[in-house]
Design a protein around this ligand. Structure first.
Ligand SMILES: Cc1cc2nc3c(=O)[nH]c(=O)nc-3n(C[C@H](O)[C@H](O)[C@H](O)COP(=O)(O)O)c2cc1C
Length: 226
């Protein structure tokens, strides 16, 4: 089996969220899709180890925000690489409580939001497929482009972490050449290309000491040289 064939499946990037005792929880997922239109239902695949999983079970509801290409990669870093078990991930985020079910939503970082009531679930090994009936849905930015998994990989240079269903184990994190690799999310800093405020030709050593991985927020010191 060539596991890279799985990368040919198309996905979007979403925030799956839940509210429990007035606290917001959530994580990044790439696995959300509509199942039926009457009644309108969508499914999401959530790893059972994710804290968000616990909170969806506890509250019986979930929120889904469709992220746009304008969403800052730091948002994906916080929601996709940290756990609500250890930190309040929503503390620094511009979120609202949905008008329908009160689930946390991120309308400014996305283009559409859904509030769903869990009506069924299917345990599939490491993950649970939650089936949600849509109670409320809004378009929050009609002109934005939705963030696809391809955009996430090719433009933001992000990779799938362990709890994503699309994760593929990489035995050789160390690569040759001048690349510097984030050990958490796999972001590659290539001095020949630079990144954002740092123009092409900026050596890794010349990045400020407080520079952080633009995808997951890991500190510069943790990066591995290829
Ligand atoms: C691009 C990307 C896609 C992801 N897709 C999924 C997914 O489909 N399902 C899932 O359970 N976790 C997925 N994850 C992993 C969770 O976001 C991650 O494990 C998160 O830290 C869980 O946080 P929590 O413990 O607060 O719920 C994905 C992460 C990223 C960055």
């Amino acid at each position: 089996m060539n596991p890279h064939a799985l990368h040919k499946l198309s996905y979007g990037i979403y925030v799956l969220s839940a509210m429990d005792q007035n606290m917001a929880y959530g994580c990044i997922i790439n696995t959300a899709f509509q199942i039926t239109s009457k009644p309108a239902r969508i499914a999401v695949s959530c790893n059972r180890d994710n804290f968000t999983h616990q909170k969806i079970l506890a509250s019986g509801c979930f929120g889904l925000t469709v992220l746009s290409e304008q969403c800052e990669s730091a948002v994906i870093g916080v929601l996709g690489y940290k756990s609500g078990r250890d930190t309040n991930k929503f503390a620094g985020l511009d979120w609202v409580s949905g008008p329908g079910l009160g689930v946390p939503l991120l309308p400014k970082m996305g283009m559409a939001t859904f509030e769903c009531k869990v009506v069924d679930k299917l345990e599939v090994g490491t993950h649970t497929l939650f089936i949600g009936e849509i109670a409320e849905a809004e378009i929050t930015n009609a002109s934005a482009a939705e963030m696809t998994y391809r955009f996430y990989h090719q433009v933001l240079k992000g990779v799938a972490p362990k709890n994503a269903p699309t994760y593929i184990e990489s035995p050789d994190l160390q690569k040759s050449g001048e690349l510097w690799l984030c050990p958490v999310c796999g972001f590659e800093y290539d001095p020949a290309l630079g990144h954002e405020d740092f123009p092409p030709g900026t050596a890794f050593a010349d990045l400020p000491e407080d520079w952080l991985c633009p995808v997951c927020g890991v500190d510069k010191e943790s990066f591995l040289k290829g």
